[in-house]
Design a protein around this ligand. Structure first.
Ligand code: ADP
Ligand code: MG
Length: 209
């Protein structure tokens, strides 16, 4: 077993798949088992992340390339200041979105997916990606009805369908796809199951029982 047991788990998928709620539940579950967990998110709440959030409101004034650079700068800071230190301290890091989202969203906006992956090679590869899958139509329905929000510029159906297609094209062996159209509890059970398998594989001290 490694002396340090840091693990990086990224939650990915289109808007409205349940990433934020599922991540929080998994985090609490791991903490109850005695694991040291850091829950974090992208875009971060640093200066670049704040600029990105402003784009959510009005995306028209910036090119896909400029947008991509902001995401990369935000991630550089997030990796340096949050992710790397937590992993070095042996913690389990759960991140709500990571570089697969950048490839899928900025890819759908017109940037080349391989180029985006290459620009992210400074970011540590996750031990597992929980990729929540759902039809764009159903996720938009959730955003409208359950969250009571009007979908923003990033969330139009045609766009989201393209984003979902890019997510489904990824073939990394550490990506675990979970059907997010199922009930919340079913989805959480699948995520916990995949996480338990990962902890066992890594001989992590938080193994159940
Ligand atoms: P994301 O972070 O992926 O955008 P959220 O966690 O914010 O998604 O969830 C979006 C909305 O869908 C929330 O209102 C949430 O309560 C609801 N939701 C999440 N998972 C499910 C599910 N499996 N079934 C029904 N509604 C869900
Ligand atoms: Mg969310």
């Amino acid at each position: 077993m490694n002396e340090k047991n840091g693990l990086l788990i990224a939650f990915e998928g289109i808007d409205g798949t349940g990433k934020s709620t599922q991540l929080t539940h998994l985090g609490k579950h791991l903490e109850e088992k005695g694991c040291q967990v850091v829950m974090t998110f992208e875009p971060s709440d640093g200066p670049y992340g704040k600029q990105i959030r402003e784009l959510f409101v009005n995306r028209k004034n910036v090119s896909p390339e400029e947008e991509l650079e902001l995401f990369i700068q935000d991630r550089r800071q997030h990796v340096n200041e949050v992710i790397e230190p937590a992993l070095a301290a042996g913690k389990i890091v759960l991140t709500d979105r990571y570089y697969f989202s950048t490839v899928a969203y900025q890819g759908a906006a017109g940037c080349d997916p391989e180029t985006i992956f290459a620009k992210n090679n400074f970011a540590p590869e996750p031990d597992m990606v929980v990729l929540l899958t759902i039809e764009a139509k159903q996720s938009l329905e959730r955003i409208r009805q359950l969250r009571g929000e009007t979908p923003n510029d990033f969330e139009q159906e045609e766009q989201l369908t393209q984003v979902a297609a890019l997510f489904s094209s990824f073939t990394h062996p550490f990506i675990k796809r979970v059907d997010a159209s199922k009930s919340f509890d079913d989805v959480q059970a699948s995520i916990r199951n995949e996480t338990d398998l990962l902890l066992q594989k890594k001989e992590h001290p938080c193994i159940r029982g």
